[in-house]
Ligand binder design. Structure first.
Ligand code: ADE
Length: 232
């Protein structure tokens, strides 16, 4: 039986989904509330992880150990790292990596996790395809891109920092949880995909754009995830 874990870092990113689901049980663990129930005829566990990599990693481990989820979807907002990807567009992850993992002094690549033999964590190709087609079905007006999600414990709002991330990692968007979710899901052998709607351009305008576009982007993304559930 499939059971889909859906993670959003902030309440804004999961409230639409929680409002639509039929909640059967709420389990509190590690200061997170795991909502078990049914959404679009699918068994789901929906949870707000909190912001940042540690919260995201803990959240995945609980979804694996306590709820035995078979798939993980991360929904939320992100800053664009590609001039072609605009505010309101959606990025579906091909893979994810950490921009703030740096053991280059020992010969590792920027972003590579020492001794793990990995820099990027690949999303499940079937979930990526499904996310892409569901996005197009749910809202043909929203442009959908596939690409790399670049994560770190940093809100990126500086053109110079943004350019460095682009040149080092060739990412499509940046946010603060995706790579940790990808990492923890990979270690637990759970297929995952990250779906992010763009709220800002991760440059000097991000401080203004983010609060203006966060809500709509988060809601659009959640709608796409709900649609995707029908097809899993
Ligand atoms: N989430 C949304 N926009 C972001 C940005 N610019 N940096 C990090 N996380 C984000």
């Amino acid at each position: 039986m499939k059971r889909i874990g859906i993670i959003g870092a902030m309440e804004l990113e999961v409230e639409t989904l929680k409002a639509q689901m039929q909640i059967k049980n709420i389990v509190k663990k590690a200061s997170m509330e795991f909502h078990e129930g049914i959404l679009n005829n699918r068994e789901v566990v929906i949870v707000r992880s909190g912001v940042g990599k540690v919260n995201a990693g803990i959240c995945v481990q609980i979804l694996a150990d306590l709820f035995h989820v078979t798939h993980i979807i991360n929904t939320g907002v992100a800053g664009s790292l590609n001039a072609a990807i605009d505010i309101g567009d959606v990025v579906v992850s091909t893979d994810a990596l950490y921009h703030d993992m740096d053991a280059t002094i020992f010969g590792y690549q920027p972003g590579e996790v020492p001794q793990l033999g990995k820099r990027e964590f690949a999303a499940d190709p079937d979930l990526v395809n499904l996310a892409e087609t569901s996005c197009q079905e749910a809202n043909p007006d929203i442009h959908v891109f596939t690409g790399r999600v670049v994560s770190g414990d940093q809100f990126i709002s500086d053109q110079t920092v943004k350019e460095k991330l682009i040149s080092l990692f060739s990412g499509s968007c940046t946010e603060m949880e995706g790579a940790a979710i990808a990492h923890a899901a990979t270690l637990n052998e759970i297929p995952f995909v990250i779906i992010r709607a763009i709220s800002d351009k991760a440059d000097n305008s991000a401080e203004m754009d983010y609060p203006a576009f966060e809500k709509k982007a988060a809601q659009d993304c959640a709608k796409l995830v709900a649609r995707m559930l029908q097809n899993i």
